[in-house]
Ligand binder design. Sequence first.
Ligand code: MGD
Ligand code: MGD
Ligand code: MO
Length: 765
Amino acid sequence: MTATGDHRTPETEAPPKVGKPKEWATGLPAVVSSMRHIVKDTGPFRGARALTLLNQPKGFDCPSCAWPDPDDHRSFAEFCENGAKAVASEAMNKTIGAEFFAGHSISELAAESDYWHDQQGRLGQPMLLDPAGTHYRPVEWGEAFAIVAAELNALASPNDAIFYTSGRASNEAAFLYQLFVRHFGTNNLPDCSNMCHESSGAALTASVGSGKGSVTLDDLHSADTILCVGQNPGTNHPRMLAALETAVRNGAKVIAVNPLKEAGLLAFAHPQKVRGILGRATELASQYLQVRINGDMALFRGLAKVIIERDEIDHEFIAEHTAHLDDYLAAVAATTWDEIVEMSGIAQDEIEKMADIVCSGDKKVITCWAMGLTQHRNAVETIREVVNVHLLLGAVGREGAGLCPVRGHSNVQGDRTMGIFEKMPAWFHDKLDDVFEIESPRAHGYDTVDAIVAMHEEPGKVFFALGGNFAQATPDTDFTARALRNCSLTVHVSTKLNRSHLVPGTRALILPCLGRSEADERASGPQFITSENSLGIVQKSQGKLKPVSPHLRSEVSIIAGIGKATLGDTGIVAWDELAGDYSKIRAFIEAVVPGFNDYEERVQLEGGFYLPNGVKERVWNTPTKKANFNGVGLSIFEPSDSSRIVLQTSRSHDQFNTTIYGLDDRYRGIHDGRRIIYLNPSDMAAREIAAMQPVDITSYWTADDGTVEERRAERFVAVAFDTPEGTAMAYFPEANALVPIGSRADVSGTPTSKAIEIDITASAG
Ligand SMILES: Nc1nc2c(c(=O)[nH]1)N[C@H]1C(S)=C(S)[C@@H](COP(=O)(O)OP(=O)(O)OC[C@H]3O[C@@H](n4cnc5c(=O)[nH]c(N)nc54)[C@H](O)[C@@H]3O)O[C@H]1N2
Ligand SMILES: Nc1nc2c(c(=O)[nH]1)N[C@H]1C(S)=C(S)[C@@H](COP(=O)(O)OP(=O)(O)OC[C@H]3O[C@@H](n4cnc5c(=O)[nH]c(N)nc54)[C@H](O)[C@@H]3O)O[C@H]1N2
Ligand SMILES: [Mo]
């Protein structure tokens, strides 16, 4: 157990083996690695069957990332190494239930690593932790629902309940869930998106009038230039590398913008093509810009400056489609090259070269981005600066060009479409009220960080999570743990054991649900669910594997059970009926959410259907009815003491968020270790820290009232790495204890997980 409490990942870990970082991604090692996981975790038959169904028209949608399947040419094996690991973890054939929890107290479980938790097997039956209990004990479903209902109905206000969602919930589960929550009387619907692409949604909505991306796979294949900014697709969206490879073979140039040289952006060997298996890699990035952490706004400003100076701008597009150009031109003119070079860490001639590439051909430019842009204080302004460049070039809403926020969880985008949002727009509420004859509450609810602060300050709340691992995924681990422990009841609908189950309120429930790979038999027969991927395609997904335990329920049926126990049947909503036949939920979705007309028929089409997207058609749903330039001064995260280091917290190759599949980060050359901090050698030398030396990390944060807060995480191994001077990287979630609860992006409120002021000292002993 750690000195800092039993809610953090334990610190004990053997030192890692450190090798040379790789220079290309996937190929045979990836195939071997995924097969190893599948066979080890699921047994050869269940595993092989799972893989033949993954991303196939009659099978299930990959539960890993939100990257789309090819529209018309799926291969037999339409999955990647990390999708296979996700399936292996979910389709594991071991379960844990009464016996397991009787044999392990909560504090014993908390002393085990996240990796160990995942290895124990699937949650097999509902479990309850009594007040002051040391062990979870089995509970019947009916009793579990009654406990949730009684606690919810005993609250002084519906706003004392918090309903979190992780992005794996299906459209059907998400829609029913938000309906229940709003019926119950609150908009407290925080979700993982608050920590993820919220900044993209906020920026895109302000600039172009829709929070979603505007490109298709065909656009990617026909682009002239693809910028990959703040994203590590080799690990987090491996199937995206196939799209990049096709683009490059069609003549596109890829530009990578990342403080780290990520193997997946350098070169790619397709694991399902002969040339790839033989190890013949296609070079991807023709320019690799190792930007300073949070230097992206400055970089894009520099790019804009060159585009304007060379008069490469699309005057016709700008005149017809945009507003506020003059403000933006003034802001660009006021920015000096010295500022740009200093803040971005990129030389002017490199930015000129970047402009040469971007302005070549028909200027069909696509920018893809993920957490390296969204998890910063100025994330919204940074993303709006990316859009500014696209508007200058007219590179939005035409073939081969556009904006592509690359989503995380497989249905995070769909969940938002279904109304999982603490501040849905008025039209959605109007429609919901109209269809269900209710008065949904209009006051905005808590987002993720607001929810943590509220639970921290006011004891006695009910915290309910539809998936996810709130205790580990959120910032400021100690602060969040106290918040959860303050609740009267914490409830987790989960597939696997995780640390959130071990940070209970006065009472706690674990409600085990079916995974996506498993068959979902309901009163009306086998059900399928639907989801929306990163490019706005809605698709059906049907699990076929036998559920790993007979006690599991689907997410939909759990929500319906709680809805019925808490509210009873209402005039319009008959919970059991909806849970017995998901097409009835889809009929309601069709009635409420635009773009879902003929839902039941269209989702049967192979490849699903695209939701309407105004930006693609150059329809700007903004107050000006134009695409808005945003002319503001440059900003960058600067530590309060310039001798300190800026830390980003990112993912290794062997994890899905807080689920740890293994202890290697193959592309970065790491084996058997996660408690690592990657540092620039000069920052190590300045502190007399040797390679492989254990170090303690302190983070610093100046709160609004001027007090300086310090947080600590101990015993990380220092690894010398090619990251810009003054920057460092450690893994999420081990480093989350260092992320201050008050450090959030402007506008979107996203925790600033990619810029934390830290320093390191040698660990004692
Ligand atoms: N296998 C696997 N797949 C996943 C996930 C997973 O954990 N495992 N997670 C899913 C989820 S929810 C999400 S949101 C996505 C996350 O996908 P990514 O955003 O690719 O995930 P991160 O590991 O956070 O990577 C951030 C990248 O941004 C870079 N970066 C950090 N700071 C900056 C900066 O200031 N500027 C720039 N330009 N770059 C920066 C980092 O070096 C790193 O390469 O992946 C999804 N897919
Ligand atoms: N420091 C730092 N913090 C971060 C980030 C970062 O980059 N750095 N990234 C942020 C991002 S982008 C995100 S999206 C969040 C992720 O936050 P979450 O979505 O809350 O976390 P996950 O680790 O994806 O959740 C994993 C758990 O979900 C459950 N689960 C898996 N599949 C299912 C299912 O089908 N149904 C149900 N009901 N449960 C299921 C399992 O029990 C598993 O333990 O973390 C954020 N936190
Ligand atoms: Mo995410």
